[in-house]
Design a protein around this ligand. Structure first.
Ligand code: GLA
Length: 404
């Protein structure tokens, strides 16, 4: 990586990074994840390319990220159910990854069922379990664990959930009613998972993106507007009450490497940790060539690792490059390598309990970033044909170097 990319945190750069990345998940108007129809569906097992570091040809088809990292942390990927249903794609997934996150299908928009809700006898939100059931069954058959994503979020959540009679034209319900609705919804989702598929979803992003990009909590979230700032703690209280034994509860956010946001999130997580309500902190990790700073990644992990027993996961890792020239992809490999050097070092030395790293998408042909950035994006480990890129190999090099 060029030196300029590594120059320690410059406040101005970080600030612009924050602004640029603010749309990662923080904006209701953001283009959401890549729709199924628009995604490249031709999947082939990874092919051999040259290794960047020692020039010996390595054969990606004989390599497995999840095996290489098994003593440190599990490796996951965000997918859609059509990818799990396609055997060739599933083979690509199971070779390198041991867990997955649904890119969309476990978000409130997909799980809450309006028709059932307006007819429910107790007036509480109802959920649709059919698709979740199908996905969890596929996970079990493939031997994959899942991260549950996500229960309480300002985005991709139906607006009707917050209004009287579930009618958007009416006022917001009062705080007590919204708390009852929140509890009923969390209870139904977690009870279903626990009773029907115990152990498959091993962790939940209970609250996603509670911090704003402006030094505080996200006050324009309908959860905040109806319940107030307690909504975060209440969500964790309910999740703790209904999650199966051993299911880990996470708070998840983006731009966690930006100092002001890191401080806000740290205070929220510390409070939950003191009350025994949280098990882990999720750093989404949507990075960008221009603003990526490995030192800030390290600073965030070591800060949260001060909270005893708190797990750290990188939950949505990708690194936006709008250029896939050899030079750019070599630079990207070095950037990923620098990050994995840090993860390996901190976890091995017992300085942080890193338990999972999940890539937000399988390959460069199925990344949300191309739509989001409105330009080509090459952020992931495999190209659109599932050929392993230089960054795939550099991540192996990080763990191999630590063994020497
Ligand atoms: C955020 C959300 C994810 C996803 C990504 C972009 O980070 O947590 O669910 O929507 O944005 O696709």
């Amino acid at each position: 990586m060029k030196l300029r990319k590594y120059i320690a945190t410059c406040a101005v750069v970080t600030m612009f990074g924050a602004i640029l990345l603010a749309g990662c998940g923080g904006n209701n108007d953001k283009p959401e994840s890549t729709p199924e129809a628009a995604v490249e569906k031709t999947e082939e097992p990874a092919k051999a390319t040259e290794a960047p570091e020692d020039n010996k040809p390595k054969d990606a088809s004989q390599m497995s990220l999840k095996d290489e990292y098994k003593d440190l942390f599990s490796i996951g990927v965000a997918v859609n159910s059509w990818q799990l249903a396609d055997q060739e794609t599933l083979d690509v997934i199971t070779k390198d990854f041991s867990s997955f996150t649904c890119e969309n299908e476990m978000k409130p928009d997909y799980v809450l069922d309006y028709d059932k809700t307006i007819e429910s006898e107790d007036g509480m939100p109802e959920i649709n379990t059919e698709n979740m059931d199908k996905i969890m069954t596929m996970a079990e058959e493939a031997g994959l664990k899942m991260r549950g994503h996500t229960l309480v979020w300002h985005s991709q959540t139906p607006e009707w959930l917050f209004h009287e009679d579930y009618d958007e034209d009416k006022d917001y319900v009062d705080k007590d009613t919204m708390l009852e609705r929140m509890e009923a919804y969390i209870k139904k989702v977690l009870t279903f998972c626990n009773e029907k598929h115990p152990g498959t979803v091993y962790a939940w992003d209970v609250v996603n993106e509670p911090a704003s990009d402006d030094k505080g909590l996200r006050e324009d979230s309908p959860w905040f507007k109806t319940i107030g700032k307690d909504y975060i703690e209440k969500a964790f209280e309910y999740a703790r009450k209904y999650a199966g034994e051993g299911v880990k509860l996470f708070l998840n956010d983006y731009n966690t490497e930006v100092n002001d946001k890191r401080n806000v999130l740290y205070n929220v997580v510390r409070n939950l940790h003191e009350k025994g309500l949280i098990d882990g902190f999720g750093m989404q990790s949507h990075h960008d060539r221009e603003y990526y700073n490995a030192d800030e990644v390290k600073a965030t992990i070591t800060r949260f690792a001060q909270l005893e027993g708190l797990e750290i996961q990188l939950t949505e890792l990708d690194m936006h490059y709008n250029d896939n020239s050899e030079e750019a992809m070599t630079e990207q490999a070095e950037a990923y390598r620098a990050m994995f050097d840090i993860l390996v070092e901190l976890d091995k030395e017992g300085l942080a309990d890193i338990t999972n790293v999940t890539f937000w998408g399988l390959n460069d042909g199925s990344t949300w970033l191309t739509a989001h950035k409105q330009e080509d994006s090459y952020p992931l480990l495999f190209d659109k044909d599932n050929v392993a890129k230089p960054c795939y190999y550099s991540i192996f090099d990080a763990v191999a170097a630590s063994d020497k």
